[in-house]
Ligand binder design. Structure first.
Ligand code: FAD
Ligand code: HEM
Length: 512
């Protein structure tokens, strides 16, 4: 239908229940057929019949509502231009602090042309997939095979694991080659997917894989790698990391699951239980379980295939079951010795080897989760009127924004500094020098998130506690930020590790 233009007087003549037009940002909407289906009831719309409802509308709805119900738009007001920007897929934010500073016109020593190209190329791809990711989150369902394979087709599953030989000879969005892909490209990728604001589905899509596939990539036999890695990176199969047990979380060495060698030495028989395993759940959700077990003289890691002897049960948590959080029971599971990851009894090293990367992935996502919420707060404070003033006109609200921004930007600068070190250090140097700073940075990330979530809730009021509508991102953050504070090393453990690492290089002669 081609859109007409109207004068404001013309719109004013359509002000009865059966013939009801309103104006929102110089666009004219015919509400006559919608009024009885309006989720907010007929009365509020009737009150605005024939009038300009822009201010009231934006006090109550997100702009997505207008996109979703665009069929009711019948025209525009003659000689007027829309004042409000409707975000399109791929758009960058112009709201202060809405993007990392290098994307807001500030200079950065860290990013090269290929990083800018990469973010520009993946932003629309990730935006396109956002609705589906939100669908998994809201319906608590398994991220579909088609969805995973779409990510795989852009090589974005492999890229989630970071730079390495697995990216050799492949090209990523923006024309970035696997060889030039570095930790700043990877940081951009984690930030972009965090923009979905789907904490549970995000873990279901990437979380389980990012923490588990490195055990195969770095410690699997060539035959195991040749079979499993292409399946996982193409999105055809899924893998999870099964370490934690009801008996042992932070204290990894205390796990009790056993793997006993058969008399012929060809198999292990695995018995035990695992708790909270991300991506382990659902019918055929995880195909492979990278599992910590006790062998004769210590801990070992085994890759276990799904079979009838592996039972997975859903654990309901406060985020979406789309994460596939599971309780796993291994009962006399027969595992070929070829599935040993690394050396027998040396599994602790395999477990430790990926901790730094896992923690760094988590902090990169945390920074974007906070940034989105701060952007929402800026917008809301600007459009919400209380006691006749915008919220932003209240010094108390400006102070909350100031503290949130200061905490985020100082944290983000630390993340970029650590990422720079990762780009310029080999694995051994990273292990020696970065375990402490990464642990402290992870600790700081969730302290910052705690404060941002708290202030954002106060700024949004009741809407911060409502799953849909204006405060949906705030509600998601306040319900889920603790996941980041406990998973991948709880805050207390991170703080303690950071200081213990620092004390290793404390100069013996230092005195006050
Ligand atoms: C949703 C979800 C998903 C998860 N996904 C996985 C997964 O995919 N794979 C996997 O293997 N595990 C997973 N986990 C487990 C997670 O890694 C553990 O929950 C975490 O390591 C903490 O262990 P715990 O919960 O047993 O806490 P505990 O170890 O019992 O600790 C309880 C509290 O005491 C504190 N504490 C412990 N020791 C000390 C100390 N020495 N000093 C001071 N304070 C201390 C901790 O910080 C913690 O806050 C997941 C957990 C959840 C909730
Ligand atoms: C194109 C026009 C409109 C559409 C498509 C529309 C649609 C919706 C939708 C989908 C909701 C559910 C809440 C949400 O998801 O955000 C809602 C809620 C609501 N709407 Fe509208 N609406 C329109 C115009 C208006 C107008 C002009 C008013 C009056 C000022 C109004 C008042 C309300 C109220 C009071 C609620 C309840 C909000 C709450 O629960 O906090 N709507 N509307």
């Amino acid at each position: 239908m081609s859109l007409k233009t109207f004068t404001r007087e013309e719109v004013g003549r359509h002000a009865s229940e059966n013939d009801l037009w309103i104006i929102i940002d110089s666009s004219v909407y015919d509400m006559s057929r919608f009024i009885n289906f309006h989720p907010g009831g007929a009365a509020p719309i009737l009150e605005m019949a024939g009038k300009d409802a822009t201010e009231d509308f934006y006090g109550l709805h997100r702009q997505e509502v207008l996109v979703k119900y665009s069929k009711y738009k019948i025209g525009t007001i003659a000689n007027e231009k829309a004042q409000i920007t409707i975000r399109q897929n791929g758009d960058f934010s112009k709201v202060p602090y809405g993007e990392p500073s290098a994307w807001m016109g500030f200079k950065s020593p860290y990013y090269k042309e290929s990083h800018y190209k990469f973010r520009a190329a993946i932003r629309p791809i990730i935006d396109e997939l956002a609705e589906e990711a939100r669908h998994f989150e809201d319906t608590e369902t398994k991220p579909t095979d088609e969805f995973m394979q779409k990510l795989g087709s852009y090589n974005l599953l492999a890229a989630n694991v970071g730079p390495g030989p697995w990216l050799r000879n492949i090209t990523l969005p923006g024309g970035v080659t696997g060889e030039e892909f570095d930790y700043f490209h990877e940081l951009i990728l984690h930030e972009e997917t965090a923009r979905w604001g789907t904490r549970g589905a995000g873990d279901g899509i990437f979380g389980g894989m990012v923490i588990s596939i490195p055990t195969v990539l770095n410690f699997g036999s060539p035959a195991l790698k040749a079979k499993i890695v292409p399946e996982v990176f193409s999105g055809k199969k899924r893998i999870c990391l099964a370490i934690t047990e009801p008996y042992a979380g932070s204290d990894v060495a205390s796990i009790r699951t056993t793997a006993k060698k058969t008399a012929d030495g060809k198999h292990y028989i695995v018995n035990g239980v695992k708790k909270w395993i991300t991506g382990g759940m659902y019918c055929q959700y995880a195909d492979y379980f990278s599992t910590a077990v006790q062998t004769e003289n210590g801990m070992s890691m085994l890759l276990i295939d799904r079979s009838d002897d592996v039972e997975t049960k859903a654990i309901k948590t406060s985020y979406s079951s789309s994460a596939g959080t599971s309780y796993i029971i291994f009962e006399n599971v027969k595992v070929p010795v070829e599935n040993l990851l690394g050396k027998e009894d040396r599994g602790f090293m395999v477990v430790l080897s990926n901790f730094n990367h896992e923690r760094w992935v988590m902090i990169t996502s945390v920074s974007m989760a906070a940034r989105i919420v701060i952007e929402e707060c800026f917008k809301w404070a600007n459009q919400r009127k209380v006691f006749g003033k915008r919220l932003i006109d209240q010094p108390v609200i400006r102070n909350k924004l100031a503290v949130m921004v200061a905490e985020l930007e100082s944290f983000h600068n630390w993340v970029e500094n650590i990422t720079y070190q990762m780009c310029h250090m080999g694995y051994k140097e990273q292990s020696e020098k970065l375990a402490g700073p990464l642990a402290l940075c992870k600790y700081q990330s969730t302290r910052m998130l705690h404060n941002v979530s708290d202030s954002a809730c106060q700024i949004f009021g009741g809407r911060a506690l409502t799953k849909t509508g204006m405060g949906k991102h705030i509600e998601m953050l306040q319900r889920t930020y603790k996941f980041s504070a406990i998973l991948g090393g709880a805050e207390e453990i991170m703080a303690d590790l950071g200081v213990r690492q620092a004390m290793k290089s404390f100069p013996a002669g230092a005195r006050l």
